[in-house]
Ligand binder design. Structure first.
Ligand SMILES: [Ca+2]
Ligand SMILES: [Ca+2]
Length: 81
């Protein structure tokens, strides 16, 4: 699956930030946003308080922008490669 995505992206000449790839891996149900359950499954150290801090619009899930912002702020580890 991931290889297919990467191949498609390469075909379109797009460079996808590693942060988005990491988010895709964490998003186990593939709905495009990360719930606290999905986040904690990968990052058990992230507390509900930290999750709330990352959930800027307080809708109970992290979208791409929120994940990128959290990773840039060092609140969520960015998985490399
Ligand atoms: Ca999800
Ligand atoms: Ca949100």
């Amino acid at each position: 699956m991931k290889k297919t995505v990467l191949t498609l992206l390469a075909a379109f000449g797009l460079a996808l930030p590693t942060t988005l790839l990491a988010a895709t891996e964490v998003d186990t149900n593939g709905d495009g946003v990360l719930t606290i359950d999905e986040v904690q499954a990968v990052y058990p150290d992230i507390t509900p308080e930290a999750f709330s801090a990352m959930d800027v619009n307080a809708d109970g899930a992290l979208d791409d922008d929120e994940v990128v912002a959290a990773q840039e702020a060092g609140m969520m580890p960015a998985t490399e490669g």
